[in-house]
Design a protein around this ligand. Structure first.
Ligand code: M6R
Length: 373
C-alpha cells in the first residue's frame, strides 16, 4: 500500500501536488474571463452566501491551521469578517451566532469529536454549517448543511500533510465562489486567483524535487536538537504553527511557532547561541513592508546566535547574508505562499524523525482520528 515509499507519511507528502490538483478538479469553469469557481455541492446556496455577516471557522490541530491560513483569503475576497477557533474552545463560551453566521468546519477524518460537537452546537444555535472534509459520508459532513470534499485521497499517517494543502485549497475555492456571488471579486480577479491556484501543484512538485535531498541532509545532522522555533507573519504565521506541530508530533522535539511580530514581546528571550529557528519569509514582491520587517527579525535573532533556516521565495537575496540554510520556494501570489512554504517543513519533520529512528506513521500517544472529547 505504501507503493514503494518507506512510510505512509513519505508517500502522502509526495502526493501533496495531486491533493491540491484533485481538490480543484471539476470546480473551475471557463467563465467570462477564463476561470470561474463553480462548486456543484454548493448549488442553491447563493442566497445564503449573500446573507451571511460572519464566518466562524472551527477545527482542531492541523485542520485549524489550514483554517487560520484560509481565513486571510476568505476575508479579503469576500469582505465577510472571519474568525477561527479551536473546536473544543468554541462551544464553551456562549458565542454570538445566529442565522447570519456561517460555521465552516474542517476535518480530514470527519469524525473528530470536538469538531462534531461544535458543529452540532452551531446548528442548535441556528447557524448555517458547511464542512470541509476528506472522508466521503463521514459524520461531520452528514451533520452539516453543506459539504465541500477535499480530494486528497486516504491519509493514513497520523501526521496530517496532504490533507492540509487540500483543506487550504478548498477554503480558497469557497472564498472565490462566495466573493463572486457577493460581487466583491470581478470575473477577472477571480480568474487571476484561479490561475495562481492551478499553478500550485507543479510548484509544490518543484519544491519536492529541488529541496527534499537538501532538507533530509541537514535534518540528519540536527537529530540531537532539543528545541526548534518557527517564525512567520501574516499567512506565514499558521505555517509556522503547522511546522512546529508536525515536529512535536513525529520527532518528539520541543517546537514552538510564533508570529514574527511577537518576537520582541517575549520569545526572543529564548534565543541563545545555536538555537535553530525556521523563518517563513514573506514575498518581497507581494509585500515589501512585511518582508523588510521579517528580515529585520532575522537579523535580531542572528545577532543573538540563532541558527537561521529561512524558507524564502526564489530570487530573494536579502535573506542570504543572515541565513545558515536557505530553502527556496517558487514565486506565488500573496495568499498562495503557504501551500509551498509548508512543504519543506513537512519534509523536515519527517527527516528528523527518520534520523532519530522513529516510526513516523504511528507516533506515540496519538491516534489518527480523535473520536473522544
Ligand atoms: O481529522 P481531523 O482533520 O479533524 O483531525 C484534526 C487533528 O486531530 C489533526 O489535524 C491532528 O492535529 C494531526 N495529527 C496533525 O498532524
Amino acid at each position: 500500500e505504501k507503493g514503494g515509499w518507506p512510510s505512509f507519511m513519505a508517500k502522502e507528502v509526495s502526493e501533496e501536488p495531486e491533493a491540491v490538483a484533485n481538490t480543484i478538479r471539476g470546480r473551475v469553469h471557463p467563465g467570462a474571463e477564463g476561470g470561474e469557481v463553480v462548486i456543484p455541492e454548493l448549488d442553491g446556496l447563493d442566497e445564503l452566501f449573500v446573507g451571511i455577516r460572519h464566518i466562524i471557522v472551527i477545527a482542531c490541530g492541523t485542520a485549524a491551521y489550514a483554517g487560520q491560513t484560509g481565513a486571510y483569503a476568505i476575508e479579503q475576497w469576500t469582505r465577510i469578517p472571519v474568525s477561527v477557533e479551536l473546536a473544543h474552545e468554541f462551544r464553551y463560551r456562549d458565542p454570538v451566532i445566529g442565522d447570519d453566521t456561517l460555521v465552516v468546519s474542517i476535518s480530514q477524518s470527519g469524525e473528530t469529536m470536538d469538531t462534531l460537537m461544535a458543529v452540532k452546537y452551531a446548528h442548535e444555535k441556528g447557524a448555517k454549517t458547511l464542512s470541509i472534509c476528506n472522508t466521503q459520508g463521514a459524520t461531520i459532513p452528514r451533520e452539516s448543511d453543506a459539504v465541500i470534499y477535499t480530494h486528497a485521497g486516504p491519509e493514513v499517517a497520523v501526521a496530517s500533510t496532504k490533507a492540509f494543502v487540500a483543506q487550504i485549497t478548498a477554503l480558497y475555492l469557497l472564498a472565490l465562489h462566495v466573493g463572486r456571488v457577493r460581487g466583491v471579486l470581478s470575473a477577472a480577479e477571480s480568474a487571476d486567483h484561479v490561475r495562481e491556484l492551478e499553478a500550485i501543484p507543479a510548484k509544490i512538485q518543484r519544491v519536492l524535487d529541488e529541496e527534499q535531498a537538501h532538507i533530509e541532509q541537514f535534518s540528519h545532522w540536527m537529530a540531537d536538537t532539543q528545541s526548534v522555533l518557527f517564525l512567520g507573519r501574516h499567512v506565514g504565521y499558521p505555517v509556522a504553527l503547522e511546522g512546529a506541530l508536525k515536529l512535536k508530533e513525529i520527532s518528539y522535539i520541543h517546537a514552538e511557532g510564533f508570529a514574527a511580530g511577537e518576537l520582541k514581546h517575549g520569545p526572543i528571550a529564548l534565543i541563545e547561541p545555536g538555537q535553530p529557528v525556521f523563518v517563513i519569509v514573506p514575498s518581497p514582491r507581494e509585500s515589501a513592508e512585511l518582508h523588510k520587517k521579517v528580515v529585520s527579525n532575522i537579523q535580531e535573532i542572528r545577532a543573538r546566535g540563532a541558527r537561521v533556516i529561512v524558507v524564502a521565495e526564489e530570487g530573494d537575496a536579502a535573506v542570504l547574508p543572515f541565513a545558515d540554510e536557505v530553502l527556496r520556494i517558487p514565486l506565488a501570489g500573496p495568499f498562495f505562499e503557504p501551500l509551498l512554504a509548508v512543504v519543506p517543513l513537512h519534509i523536515f519533520a519527517m527527516g528528523l524523525a527518520n534520523a532519530k529512528g522513529l516510526d513516523v506513521d504511528q507516533p506515540r500517544n496519538l491516534a489518527k482520528s480523535v473520536t473522544v472529547e
